[in-house]
Write a protein that binds this ligand. Structure first.
Ligand code: SF4
Length: 685
């Protein structure tokens, strides 16, 4: 029997945005999902959690009908209502709240549960047309993006497929085996065909580190010191490419002077990485033209994260690596897509005086402790799409307290009964990517892709776009975008951005928009005001907290340092079978992850009298959580790891790991500091 294979695109919050082939069994059912073999980035490989997507899309616990709360907030007791009743209720609640407090009291809140441009970003149109509070969408990329912009300018860079042409690949602060599997496809090719060396710099022996030739095990928040010392060696030993720097960088002489005392020994004291290892890595980099540094997100999620990213990107500029095929540094291709999203986001209706609320600070905002919200009306109404702040946002205690407020009207549009959904007054059932049309870019690669629904929406599920258009009608929000179909929005956005229309792209399946070699390698100039890589970053131009970061690459101790009372530094790295809180509902992912655990170094555990399987309590001034210990020697002795994001309910006391994460903004312009936390540990009986 011939399989009915349909082209699709992974919508999940992952830089790979894989091209998919989905087996369609009938108009309600899918079979296997696999990577498109003819897409030269995806190259037929996808992660296991999406390969078993049938488990998620046909999950018996999918939300199927609009619901209204009938119990206490958070009890999860709801009654079924019709769509028109639900939408009328939401619209009337928004109108009532806005009449009482002003329009900024309504805060539409979203993130990247789907990365599709139409279904993710359409909520902006409702916000802009209605004058509701804006959102600083900074929970994921703000810190790493600002770090990159501080040196290289707009996010783009050498083609990630070029890793297959590299001789030395350094994965710095990322774990692609678990979170971006396609990166490994191109690395594996380089290793097999060229004998390339893979080095991982991370705070723990991740799955990627397990597969690498070498692991540089760093204390969280000290990567900047290691990068700075590597540059010290490059200058000291004649590996710095002076001719390249004269032509393509700014301020290299200041950098050279600044680095004189930043020796590997200095970095060892700070980072715990042996000076000999730093010397060796620096010398490998110095001798290898085709050195490709793949910058991850992990080490950026720290108060000093932007400065750390800047320091690492600077290595490639000092060594002149950007001029070689298979060389340079890469974080994201964000700017190559040239999007004009005006029709999707309704930017023509934006009033730039409307306040901006920091999504990573949803806890203090909802508890009225945030400075900006205190200067205006409280948030008393929300529509949440594509995110689950009750589990994923920092400062869980405040988030839950805020979401439970009786005076907060909460509408959540979701696929599952998440912990945020449970808090809703009105809960609306959402489609998955297989049941609606959308348009995708891939920040970690170079393809634009479109997607048409493959199966019918189950039950009464509806797309984000449909819900927004229905609400707009009831709220009197007038904009052309609300009168268009999803596919028309796809078509218009593509054409407004200078790309072929939707039908043509569907026919072609994807469009490779990777810039030319000279542009991508910045030989025509970096996307900075003067076309040069900036060793002296102007952080204050990027945000109000810029003064907290050093301009030149350095170690920046502006972090939650370990103390006598909180002797461990904690990172909360992504669990392989979850994607943030998505897939925490699928049986296989749950089974493979087991239970929330903390990885503790055996010597630290011995001092605490802890053995594998013991229950321990982790805590700091924000609260404490209980979970099980696993002894693990792939960390420094004073570092612990809790792979995430488990629901709060998976923890013994119903409160999850993000309770310990501060909502303090990272510098220079906010962003969640998920890997910048000092804690204490005590053994439980
Ligand atoms: S690797 Fe990322 S983009 Fe690819 S299928 Fe998995 S989650 Fe989706």
């Amino acid at each position: 029997m011939n399989l009915d294979l349909r082209h699709s695109v992974c919508p999940h919050d992952c830089p790979s945005t894989c091209a998919l082939e989905v087996e369609r069994i009938d108009n309600r059912t899918i079979g296997r999902v696999r990577g498109a073999p003819d897409n030269n980035y995806t190259a037929g490989v996808i992660c296991a959690k999406v390969a078993r997507y049938a488990e998620r899309v046909h999950h018996p616990e999918r939300l199927m009908h609009p619901l209204i709360r009938v119990g206490e907030k958070g009890d999860g007791k709801f009654a079924q209502i019709s769509w028109s009743e639900a939408l009328d209720h939401v619209a009337q609640s928004f109108i009532n709240k806005a009449n009482k407090h002003g329009k900024e009291t309504v805060w539409p809140y979203f993130f990247a549960g789907t990365m599709g441009i139409i279904q993710r970003d359409g909520i902006q149109r409702l916000r802009h047309v209605m004058g509701y509070s804006r959102q600083a969408a900074n929970i994921c990329t703000e810190l790493v993006q600002n770090g990159w912009i501080g040196g290289a300018g707009g996010p783009m860079g050498p083609d990630p497929r070029e890793m297959a042409e590299s001789d030395l690949i350094i994965v710095w602060g990322g774990n692609p085996v678990s979170t971006q599997v396609n990166v490994m496809t191109h690395i594996t090719k380089a290793r097999k065909e060229r004998g390339a060396r893979l080095v991982v710099v991370d705070a723990y022996r991740s799955s990627t580190a397990e597969a690498a030739d070498e692991l540089v095990l760093v204390k969280p928040g000290t990567d900047g010191a290691v990068a700075t010392a590597i540059m010290h060696v490059l200058f000291r030993d004649g590996f710095a490419d002076i001719e390249y720097m004269k032509k393509h960088t700014d301020d290299w002489k200041s950098l050279r002077k600044h680095l004189i005392n930043k020796t590997p020994k200095w970095a060892e004291e700070i980072s715990g990485v042996p000076a000999e290892q730093i010397e060796l890595l620096a010398s490998q980099i110095g001798k290898t033209d085709k050195t490709y540094i793949r910058i991850g997100y992990g080490f950026a999620r720290s108060r000093n994260g932007a400065s750390q990213v800047h320091a690492v990107a600077s290595i490639a500029a000092v060594g002149g690596k950007f001029q070689y095929l298979g060389g340079g540094a890469f974080w994201s291709n964000r700017i190559i897509f040239n999007w004009n999203k005006n029709i999707v986001e309704g930017n023509d209706a934006l009033d730039s005086s409307t306040r901006i609320l920091d999504m990573s600070r949803i806890g203090p905002i909802l508890t009225y402790e945030d400075e900006i919200v205190r200067q205006g009306p409280p948030v008393t109404a929300m529509l949440i799409q594509n995110t689950n702040p009750a589990a994923v946002a920092p400062d869980t205690h405040r988030v839950l307290r805020g979401l439970k407020r009786e005076d907060l009207f909460l509408c959540v549009h979701e696929q599952f009964m998440t912990e945020t959904a449970k808090m809703a007054d009105i809960l609306l059932p959402a489609t998955t990517f297989l049941e609606h049309d959308d348009l995708y870019q891939a920040a970690g690669q170079m393809h634009v892709q479109v997607h048409r629904a493959i199966i019918d929406p189950p039950g009464e599920t509806r797309s984000n776009h449909w819900v927004l258009s229905q609400l707009a009608e009831r709220l009197g929000a007038v904009h052309e975008g609300f009168d268009m179909t999803e596919w028309e929005l796809v078509d218009r956005t593509l054409k407004d951005s200078g790309w072929p229309g939707a039908e043509e792209l569907l026919e072609r399946k994807w469009l490779d928009v990777q810039p030319s070699f000279d542009k991508a390698h910045f030989l025509e100039g970096f996307p900075t005001p003067n076309g040069k890589f900036k060793f002296s970053a102007d952080w204050s131009a990027l945000g109000p907290l810029g003064y907290k970061l050093p301009s030149l690459p350095d170690y920046c101790p502006n972090i939650d340092l370990a103390t006598k009372n909180k002797p461990f530094r904690m990172i909360t790295s992504p669990a392989r079978n979850f994607l943030n809180s998505s897939f925490t509902e699928t049986p296989t992912s749950k089974k493979r992850e087991g239970r929330p655990e903390v990885l503790i170094h055996p010597k630290a555990a011995a001092k605490l009298g802890v053995v594998s399987g013991d229950r321990v309590r982790l805590g700091n001034e924000q609260g404490s959580v209980v979970l099980h210990a696993t002894l693990f020697d792939g960390v420094q002795r004073d570092v612990i790891v809790v792979e995430s994001v488990w629901p709060n309910a998976a923890f013994e006391e119903g409160i999850g790991i993000n309770a310990l994460i501060s909502a303090e903004p990272g510098a220079p312009n906010g962003g969640a500091v998920f890997h910048d936390t000092a804690v204490w540990i005590s053994k439980l009986d």
